[in-house]
Design a protein around this ligand. Structure first.
Ligand SMILES: *Cc1c(COP(=O)(O)O)cnc(C)c1O
Length: 397
């Protein structure tokens, strides 16, 4: 009997709409890229994709996916441990380990699954997870699925982390500090040098989620372990093939050999979910080959980010400092963030305004995501539009 809950859900949905929190999806009719076409026929410059290296529609990845469809078929119809492992799955796992300088890698359908399945196989109620307050939803879910004791520290706050580590040390057998590499709303980078010092002092392991940092931070895009020169000192790295690394689908956990081996034995999203499709794996292998050949894309992304942030600051916008490719243009007012995003879209610039509860109350902003796919003319067009709309709305003098 659907009757009663139908009404209940309709009321809840109406409440969400009334609160202005209903998520509408804009429909794109072109491939993902710097310039996209919407189903309204409007062409806009895209500044809200996680397409950091501009690889989402890269000819080499499209070609590799097609080639792998021919050589390895469409689907695996199996989980990895029954008959879902092809030579290319093992090859991609090795390429990822090589890229991050780790011992071994395990693939998942998505990073959401990697984070969901990483804690429970290695930690018990005797152990402790010390997690940053702004960690991604999938980490929070992963922690919930595990019986380990939970400690939370304020975002990137090293004094609080130390307090929590002291507390955890009273009861825990093993401890692990867990953090995003780059936090998606401010674009701030986790202070890995300090985290590493504290991990040593309190005998804790470290796990970093590199979803927004891999491909982006560090001189060659190897992520936060490169930026802070601590390669080999982080025990677990999780990441996605859905952002910098081609924007398709797939997640991974890479790190210490014994941990990865245990995940293959016990991690539920790995054991009980289908194998990654060959086309995605083939494109992933090609992508890591490209990363080995040149750092052109990373260099372009870094240059674009520096250029955009510098100019936006110069025209008078309040920009959160960051070393990532996320540029938070602070507006503070929720309605203003929505009005500004709407007006920017009219100018052909696609960005999203975020406000409470996605970001703290009174800290509404527009998030701009830079990409190696952007040309200087794209950046200039965005800066011009921001300046025009900023003046119209009284954000700029
Ligand atoms: C995007 C993201 C994920 C999820 O990645 P998927 O592969 O899309 O599931 C996990 N963690 C962080 C920090 C992310 O930004």
């Amino acid at each position: 009997m659907y009757g009663k809950i139908k009404e209940h859900l309709a009321t809840e949905l109406a409440n969400i709409k009334e609160a202005g929190l209903f998520k509408d999806e804009r429909i794109i009719t072109s491939p993902q890229g710097a310039e996209i076409e919407l189903n309204t026929g409007q062409k806009v410059l895209n500044f809200c994709a996680n397409n950091y290296l501009g690889l989402s529609n890269h000819p080499r990845l499209v070609e590799a996916a097609k080639r792998t469809l021919d050589s390895h078929g469409f689907g695996m119809s199996s989980v990895r441990f029954i008959c879902g492992t092809q030579d290319i799955h093992k090859e991609l796992e090795q390429k990822i380990a090589e890229f991050f300088g780790t011992e071994d890698t395990i693939l998942y359908a998505a990073a959401f699954d990697a984070n969901g399945g990483v804690f429970e196989p290695i930690l018990t109620a005797e152990d402790a997870i010390i997690s940053d307050s702004l960690n991604h939803a999938s980490i929070i879910d992963g922690v919930r699925l595990c019986k380990a004791q939970r400690f939370r520290y304020q975002n990137a706050d090293m004094e609080d982390l130390e307090v929590q580590l002291k507390k955890a040390s009273e009861t825990a057998r093993f401890k692990i500090i867990v953090t995003d590499g780059v936090f998606s709303m401010d674009g701030n980078v986790a202070p890995m040098d300090k985290i590493n010092e504290l991990a040593k002092k309190y005998d804790a392991m470290i796990m970093v989620d590199e979803c927004h940092s891999a491909g982006v931070v560090g001189k060659t895009g190897r992520g936060v372990t490169e930026l802070f020169d601590i390669r080999g000192e982080v025990d677990i790295i999780t990441g996605t093939l859905g952002k910098s690394f081609g924007g398709g689908i797939g997640g991974f956990t890479t790190g210490r050999k014994e941990i990865i081996e245990m995940l293959r034995q016990k991690s539920r999203p790995y054991l009980f979910s289908n194998s990654l499709i060959p086309a995605a794996v083939g494109a992933g292998i090609e992508m890591f080959n490209m990363m080995k050949e040149t750092t052109e894309l990373q260099d372009k992304l870094h240059a674009n980010t520096d250029y955009f942030m510098e100019k936006m600051k110069n025209v008078g916008f309040d920009i959160k400092p960051s070393k990532s490719a996320i540029c938070a243009v602070m507006l503070y007012d929720a309605k203003l963030s929505q009005d500004m995003a709407a007006k920017l879209l009219d100018e052909g610039i696609y960005v999203i305004g975020f406000y409470y509860p996605v970001v703290p109350k009174g800290l509404a902003r527009i998030r701009v995501q830079l990409s190696a796919a952007h040309e200087t003319e794209h950046l200039d067009k965005a800066i011009t539009a921001f300046t025009k709309v900023g003046k119209e709305l009284g954000v700029l003098k």
